[in-house]
Design a protein around this ligand. Structure first.
Ligand code: FES
Length: 151
């Protein structure tokens, strides 16, 4: 008899799955979690950059090391996620002018604002800090910050 036709085994599997879902939901809703923080086993990504290597206009691609872009403008250094807000594809940089999503052609400017849909929401900005004064820049891919925040 196949497992799919056995009502006893089928109910056991459903109960097991329901239990797992309840556990995962409980973990995801963890009490005391910081607002704006998303679960990630190792959310802080140490980059190869420092303030000194990030003059205004710089764009560094960290899609393979945390799915973000590290950038600098006249106001300072910031990071945006490389994950499209439409359906989650990875966006790529377009010559330093902005970002393009190859899945459905959404486009974003350097600040992450949508310039062409179907995406409706801007790319998330991520927290950036120096590991030590003047040291490596660290991006927390689990913590969203306001779009105008710079270091
Ligand atoms: S997933 Fe990026 S435009 Fe659809």
């Amino acid at each position: 008899m196949s497992a799919g036709l056995d009502p006893v085994r089928g109910q056991g599997r459903r109960a097991f799955c329901a239990g797992c879902c309840a556990l995962l939901a409980g973990a995801a809703l963890g009490a005391g979690e910081e607002p704006g923080r998303r679960p990630d086993a190792q959310p802080e990504k140490t980059t190869r950059e420092t303030r000194a290597t990030m003059p205004a206009g710089t764009l560094r691609d960290y899609r393979k090391d945390g799915a973000f872009f590290l950038m600098a403008d006249a106001a300072g250094i910031y990071a945006v996620t490389a994950i499209c807000t439409h359906k989650g594809c990875s966006v790529y940089a377009q010559g330093g002018e902005g970002f393009h999503c190859p899945c459905h052609d959404s486009e974003y400017d350097r600040a992450g604002h949508v310039t062409q849909g179907p995406a409706q929401r801007a790319l998330r900005h991520l927290a950036v800090r120096e590991a030590t004064p003047g040291g490596a820049l660290v991006v927390d891919v689990g913590r969203e910050v306001p779009a105008d925040e710079r270091i």
